[in-house]
Structure formats: structure tokens, C-alpha cells
Ligand binder design. Structure first.
Ligand SMILES: O=C(O)CCC(=O)C(=O)O
Ligand SMILES: [Fe+2]
Length: 312
């Protein structure tokens, strides 16, 4: 008898202890995060709970419909001024180099028919602050490296796993669009993008996108051309982003841009780059174009034959 009650007592104690342990493990990853993210609204502290699944399902519904979802006020609204100020402090480290590009990010001398939309040359005037200029305690850095955040984003995209882009410069960037500049129309070469506006410009600088204007099976060149030449308004949607909103975007099929910025203030957005394979690093050539310098990791990477066939 004593044995039975004793066991029962131990068992319930054991269960309570195990529950506390699980809570502690969850909180170890989210305690800091809870200061940044309103976990009542975005339950990063409760992976795989009903609330978590609900938030993920909502994001997936949006993504399936048009490749984009915006999680409003993902950063607690009382922190948006700090978010903005941190971005402003790092913005002077952006590397400026206006680049002639096309919407497909393929070489401008590619042999194509004259009326192909890739023959339309655009000016990429946005500049990037690289990861090694972003303090480890900046809100965007803490979010980028947070395990529950990564788990949540992976779930929203329906990915089994997600890894920080191992590139020491391109993993996390602040995208700076100065007055008079834009980030012109393009398709992304990566499958998914995670970003967060940190500072609004005075005017312009809108995120514009054409949901699924192309598909894996059809380039729909005439439609793309219409957008690039300013007659495709019917394809264009605009997002009224606010600092602290989290944007999940699948830009391979949806042509998109940041429209020209005007007024005095720059537009700042954090780009959280993740890959579905670990250990990915950009080429030295591309790194130099984007950041004006390379690190030993890029040089080493180029001398190693990679086991994957990923685009840079
Ligand atoms: O900065 C943004 O909001 C958009 C960035 C973007 O389209 C990209 O980095 O590919
Ligand atoms: Fe993009």
C-alpha cells in the first residue's frame, strides 16, 4: 500500500517536475525574446501549441495565396523607436555602389531578344550594412539568432529546418535606401525572404509586388515587361509596412521592388537571411560587389568544391 501511494506521489511529483523543466527549457530560449515580441500575440514561447499552430496556419494561408504575409507589430510597439534608432546608428556603415542590373539578376550581356524584359537595365541604388557591423545586442540581431524565432519562421514556410546563412557579412543586413534611390524590380534567387522595416522614409519607399506574376512553368514575359515599363499597374500590390512588422516573402515568382524614396529620411529594413542547408557562404566576387570587401571565409569558400548546386 505504502509502495503504491508512494509511487503515485512520486509520479505526480515527477510529472510536475518534468513540466517545470520543459517550461524552463522553453523559457531559456524565449525569456529574452518575450521582451522583444508580444508572445501573447505571436506565441514563440509555446512551440507546437494550439496558438502556435493557429499563427502558423494563418501565415501559411497568406503565403499560399500570394507568396507574402505580414505579421503586424511583431516587435512590441513600445520598442519601435529603439528599433529605428539602432538602425540609424548602423546605417553609416552601409556600402554604396550603384549597380546596373536587370530584374532577373542575370548578366546584362546575356544574349536575349531585344524585347526580353531582362534587356531592360535598372539601377540598384540600395546599400547594405553587413552583419559584422550590426551589434550582437541589436534587436534585429537577437531576433535573427533566436532559436524559437527560427523554428517559427521555418514552420510558416513549411520547412523542416532553417539555418542562419553562414556568410559572415550577408547573413543579417540592414538594407538602406537613401532619398533618390530605389531597390528596383527583381525576382529573388533565394526561395524565401524574412525582413522587417525599421525606419520609414518621409515618402515613397513602398514595398510593391506582383503576386505570382511568373510560375515555375511560365515566365509570362509580356506581363513582367508591362510592369517594368510602367503599364502593368493591374499586377501591382502595395504593402503599407510599419516599423516592427515582420514580412515573410517568397520572391522567386513575385516580381517586387522598393519604390524610389523621397524626402529627407532613408528607408531602412533588416534582411534576415536563412538557408535550408547549413554552412552556405557567398562567392568572393558577389560579396565584393555587395559589401566592397571580403573576409577569409569567402576566399576559402571559393577554393572548396561545394557538395550542393545552390545559387549564390
Ligand atoms: O528591403 C526590402 O524591403 C526588400 C528587400 C528585397 O527585396 C531583397 O533583399 O531581395
Ligand atoms: Fe527581393
Amino acid at each position: 500500500m505504502i509502495g503504491v501511494t508512494g509511487v503515485t506521489g512520486n509520479l505526480s511529483e515527477f510529472r510536475a517536475c518534468r513540466r517545470r523543466l520543459h517550461q524552463n527549457i522553453a523559457m531559456a530560449g524565449t525569456g529574452v525574446l518575450d521582451e522583444i515580441v508580444d508572445t501573447a500575440r505571436y506565441p514563440l514561447d509555446a512551440p507546437d501549441s494550439a496558438r502556435w499552430r493557429e499563427a502558423v496556419a494563418a501565415a501559411r494561408t497568406d503565403l499560399a495565396a500570394d507568396g507574402c504575409t505580414v505579421l503586424r507589430e511583431f516587435i512590441r510597439p513600445e520598442l519601435t523607436e529603439r528599433l529605428r534608432a539602432e538602425g540609424e546608428a548602423m546605417a553609416p556603415h552601409a556600402y554604396y555602389r550603384t549597380e546596373q542590373v536587370n530584374a532577373y539578376n542575370i548578366p546584362l550581356d546575356t544574349d536575349l531578344p531585344a524585347d526580353h524584359p531582362a534587356a531592360i537595365v535598372l539601377e540598384r541604388g540600395n546599400a547594405f550594412v553587413p552583419r559584422d557591423r550590426i551589434p550582437a545586442d541589436a534587436l534585429i540581431h537577437r531576433l535573427y539568432t533566436s532559436a524559437p524565432f527560427q523554428r517559427f519562421v521555418a514552420d510558416c514556410f513549411g520547412l523542416a529546418d532553417l539555418h542562419e546563412y553562414a556568410d559572415p557579412l550577408a547573413g543579417l543586413c540592414l538594407n538602406v535606401v537613401a532619398p533618390g534611390m530605389s531597390h528596383p524590380w527583381h525576382f529573388d534567387t533565394n526561395e524565401f525572404t524574412v525582413s522587417m522595416l525599421t525606419q520609414l522614409p518621409d515618402a515613397g519607399g513602398e514595398f510593391e509586388y506582383c503576386p505570382n506574376i511568373r510560375t515555375p512553368h511560365a515566365e509570362n514575359l509580356a506581363d513582367v515587361r508591362a510592369v517594368l515599363t510602367g503599364t502593368g499597374e493591374r499586377f501591382v500590390r502595395r504593402l503599407a509596412l510599419r516599423p516592427g512588422d515582420l514580412q515573410l516573402f517568397q520572391g522567386r515568382f513575385s516580381l517586387h521592388r522598393v519604390s524610389p524614396v523621397s524626402g529627407a529620411a532613408q528607408r531602412h529594413s533588416a534582411i534576415f537571411a536563412y538557408t535550408d542547408q547549413p554552412g552556405v557562404i557567398g562567392t568572393a566576387e558577389r560579396t565584393r560587389q555587395l559589401f566592397g570587401r571580403v573576409l577569409p571565409a569567402h576566399v576559402e569558400r571559393d577554393s572548396v568544391v561545394r557538395g550542393d548546386r545552390l545559387l549564390d
